[in-house]
Design a protein around this ligand. Sequence first.
Ligand code: ADP
Ligand code: MG
Length: 321
Amino acid sequence: MAGPGEFELIREYFSSRFQTGARPGGVDSSVVLGIGDDCALLSPPAGKLLATSVDTLVADVHFPATADPYRIAGRALRVNLSDLAGMNAEPLWFTLALTLPESNADWLEPFARGLAETALSYGITLVGGDTTKGPLSITVQVTGSCQTPLRRDGAGAGDIVFVSNQLGAAAAALPIVLGEYSPSETQRQQADTAYYFPEPQLQLARAIGPYASAALDISDGLLADLGHICEASGLGAELRLDNFPVAELARSMNAENALETALTGGDDYQLCFTVPERHLDAIDKLQLPITAIGRMCKEPGIRCQLNGKSWLPHGRGYQHF
Ligand code: ADP
Ligand code: MG
């Protein structure tokens, strides 16, 4: 089906669904002027920092070009919200730069629906963007407000390293998402959730905010991302992998390599964070879905132990070049 022209498209799919001041869940006085003028006019919360981040998803690099547009839209926003979570920032506004091969209502309608539903559930509102013609690519830029930022450079020697929930599901999901593997119904559902509906850990970030010394969201694999905390903090880490939280899908796809997948696979969008020993009781009392996996140390590099023996993974996480 042929779709609308540029301005009609912006009105139909974006500005009409994200009106100035209409924040999901109520009126948003922080948006003085939303979509439609040269710029949006935004009023930042007094006394807070603004946290901003951008991520581009390119068709056939970051998602299959033929994937369901409803899911793609939600994923694009979720991976950006995850960066806000990694910084302990509260979602405020986002912009969308969309490059489309054609104006196609059959694609745009579910895309806009996925975007609006996801925005609603995380309390973030679309305030502008850009629409161009070319190979399918989706760029989302998010802004949040931040009181207690969780940076990568704040870890101290002796701090305990934690991860949230389970790891490895998104990497294990890839062959299923790409149609290269015939899954069971359970595996299909787990893959769909892990790959297209990652849960930005905003609440968890809020809970650990007062106690954590450093944090980030795990997008490129735990070892690679913990490596960033180590480097930024001028430290290393020693990990004990015996009770590492490996996702069930990683086990059911490849039991032998499940731990490896959980340590090096990307796209899970869980949090990795460090906590000074004096705050461990406070963290414990919160009863969060987190696992202590090791300790920061002075010696640079990451060393792993499994069953009392040193253990080396083959991969080191996703690198773009
Ligand atoms: P300009 O030419 O001044 O950059 P545009 O014609 O690109 O303006 O966009 C007109 C308005 O529509 C602007 O407010 C812009 O932020 C908004 N907009 C354009 N594309 C999108 C989009 N994909 N999502 C949300 N807002 C958009
Ligand atoms: Mg423009």
